[in-house]
Design a protein around this ligand. Structure first.
Ligand code: G3P
Ligand code: CA
Length: 303
């Protein structure tokens, strides 16, 4: 027993010293301009432009969500066959448009000929009010041009396709490097994007979320120096609670802005805000605005 204790003493001491050094030298994230410009109030983030209210990831949705007064627009990026960044969630066209097959199989003009309002229904398929109304898949450039000052959450949906550099170029061209948070479910995409576009705020990838959860459980979160500024997480994943009150408080202490997806019911919104959520990514931004006592009137729309 004594021999085992002696055997473990040196490695344990080294680990303790390493943790002590890390906790002394670690730094919390610095809040990025895109978030400081929004102040301290809870953020209402329109998921895919507010997909419960109008056809997702469309200029129509982004225009109305902006007029509703949301703080940020969330959107998803894919690549067309001819290399344009397009705003659509799925890798295939079938769920949201009157087209079929992979997004990546069609050129931009073919994608934009499709009806992106074709499948939207609010009554379980009894009516399709946006069919034939001219709703189409927008390019990312169109979105940046139409909403130059609106803060955005942008998700890279395709890794290993060169989207990171194209995204950085588009944000640079439109002078919106400090108006967005970029996220992805692909850690390697995020790492590449951070290397190529260091001025842009990012959210934690899945590996970083797992590390934060583990450090939080071990009480070791003070050793973390996040390479990201926002934590965008679901409340639960695979039957486990991710967004515990303790995790959200810990993340805030590490300088992170904690945003929860996809939160659509007001009692859940209220509870999560009380527990430390700083942003709600929601299909129904009107509900979040109402809960927060903010206006739910749609102000004048542009053309
Ligand atoms: O930020 C992640 C959120 O957008 C949820 O993912 O599948 O709706 O793009 P998804
Ligand atoms: Ca998304």
């Amino acid at each position: 027993m004594l021999r085992v204790a002696r055997f473990l003493l040196v490695p344990l001491l080294l680990i303790a010293i390493a943790l002590l050094v890390l906790s002394q030298t670690s730094r919390p994230a610095t809040p990025p301009k895109v978030l400081t410009s929004l102040g301290d109030r809870p953020l209402v983030i329109a998921h895919r432009g507010g997909k419960g209210l109008w056809p997702e990831n469309s200029l129509f949705a982004f225009e109305r969500a902006t007029a509703l007064g949301v703080d940020m627009l969330e959107m998803d990026l894919h690549l067309s066959a001819d290399g344009e960044l397009v705003v659509i969630h799925d890798s295939t066209l079938d769920r949201t448009t009157n087209g079929q097959g992979p997004v990546a199989a069609l050129d931009l003009d073919q994608l934009q000929a499709l009806d992106a309002g074709y499948r939207w229904t609010a009554d379980g398929g009894q009516s399709y009010p946006y069919r034939g109304q001219g709703v189409r898949i927008p390019t990312f450039d169109e979105v940046l041009a139409r909403f130059p000052t609106t803060p955005k959450v942008i998700e890279i949906k395709v890794p290993d396709a060169g989207m990171e550099a194209r995204l950085c170029d588009a944000l640079t061209t439109h002078d919106q490097l400090d108006r967005v948070i970029v996220g992805s479910f692909y850690e390697r995409s995020l790492q590449l994007f951070r290397e190529q576009c260091p001025a842009v705020a990012t959210s934690a990838g899945p590996g970083s979320v797992r590390l934060l959860v583990a450090l939080n459980l071990l009480g070791l979160s003070s050793v973390l120096s996040p390479s990201y500024q926002a934590l965008q997480i679901p409340e639960r994943h695979s039957g486990l609670t991710v967004a515990s009150e303790r995790l959200m408080r810990t993340a805030q202490a590490r300088g992170l802005n904690v945003q929860l997806w996809t939160i659509n019911e007001q009692p859940v919104m209220r509870r999560l805000l009380d527990q430390g959520a700083q942003g709600l990514i929601t299909d129904y931004p009107d509900r979040a605005l109402q809960l927060l006592g903010r206006s739910t009137r749609i102000s004048a729309l542009g053309d």
